[in-house]
Structure formats: C-alpha cells, structure tokens
Ligand binder design. Structure first.
Ligand code: CO
Length: 210
C-alpha cells in the first residue's frame, strides 16, 4: 500500500467508527458549523490545532500559514478573518506560534530563500521593531524563541489594526484576541499576549468611520 493510500483507508475506518458511536454524527456536521474560535497557526505539521486543544470537528475554525502571520494584504487570511468574525461570529481569535519555528528561524538569517523572502520579510520587520531586546539575548535558541513570542504579539496587534476587528469590536464587543506559543518539546501552550475586545490601539491605526 502506498503511503497516501493509508490515509484513505484510515478515513474509511474512522467514518465507520464515528457512525457506530453516533449514527447522527455526520447529519449534524453537514448541517451547520458554529465554532467559537478562530485559530491562526503555523503550517508546521507538528502543531495540529484540534489535537493540541482537544477540540472536535465543528469547534474551531482554522487558518494556517508559515509562521502564523497576519499580513494586511493577504487576501486568504482576510477572507478567513472576515468570515469567521462577521459570519460565524467567533468569540475568540487565537494566534498560535510555536517555539523552534522554522519560518522565524529563516527570517533571522541573511540567507536568500527566493520567493519565500517576501513572506518572511514580515518577520524581519518584527525583528527590527524589537531589535534591541532580541539582539541582546546571547543564546541563539533563546533569541529565536523570544522572536517567536514577539512575532505572535505583533500578529495579534496586526489583527487589531484591521477594519474587520475594529468594526466587530464596535458592533459586538467581540472577539477577544489571544497570542499563544506551543512548545514542541513538552506539548504545552503558553499564553504570551492578550488583547481583549475594545483594547485601545494606537490612533495611527484606528478607523473612525466603521
Ligand atoms: Co512554524
């Protein structure tokens, strides 16, 4: 059996097991989704949103990209955010990074990654904003891991800079924004930055005509 065929055979067994446990399961799932959470995580295969948070299908709306970035020209992210916040009306948006992130690590080198440069340029901007703190950390792994935390913080702040979030805060006082970091070596999530709904933001980024 080819490796990918195992996925299909597992899927058959899983669907059958679900039906045995709960004959109405797929009828319910096909009907409507009402997730309370939007997860913006890294594409890294070791950080699966559902497994590490114990959430089931239907409970968490997921967007993943390299280094869990919130980039204001990323139509994919913006579409997910608009849909999750204004249609699904999620109560919480979670940006979850992870220690040892390869995307953040790449951004801290001067290596030319071709087209990937354009994506990780945004992480270099995070480094520039926090350069004094980051560059004063002597140990390389600690420096990378602090950058992972600061990147999560900046991405949460990027969420608050969008008209999507500002409009939702004005209309419904939701969602709350959370910055978390997952530890690959211990499986634990550490909250590193929180922005509850209606947190005042820098007036430079505020829209007055929402
Ligand atoms: Co990563």
């Amino acid at each position: 059996m080819q490796s990918y065929e195992k996925l299909l055979s597992y899927n058959k067994a899983w669907a059958a097991r679900k039906l045995t446990e709960d004959p109405d399961y797929f009828n319910r799932m096909a009907d409507i989704q009402e997730p309370e959470f939007l997860w913006i995580g890294c594409s890294d295969s070791r950080v699966p949103a559902n497994q590490i948070t114990g959430t089931k299908p239907g409970e968490i709306f997921v967007h993943r990209n390299v280094a869990n970035m919130v980039i204001h020209t990323d139509l994919n992210l913006l579409t997910v955010l608009e849909f999750a916040v204004h249609h699904l009306k999620v109560k919480h948006v979670i940006v979850c990074g992870h220690y040892g992130c390869g995307g953040v690590k790449a951004a801290m080198t001067q290596h030319n990654f071709g087209i990937i440069n354009k994506w990780i340029r945004n992480i270099k901007d995070v480094h520039r904003i926090h350069q004094e703190e980051v560059d004063n950390i002597p140990d390389e792994i600690s420096r990378l891991n602090r950058m992972v935390e600061l990147n999560v913080q900046e991405q949460v702040m990027n969420l608050a800079k969008t008209s999507i979030i500002q409009k939702a805060w004005k209309q419904s006082h939701y969602p709350h924004l959370h910055g978390w970091v997952y530890g690959l070596d211990n499986g634990l999530i550490s909250p590193v930055f929180e922005m509850s709904a209606d947190t005042p933001i820098d007036p430079l980024y505020q829209f007055d005509d929402l």
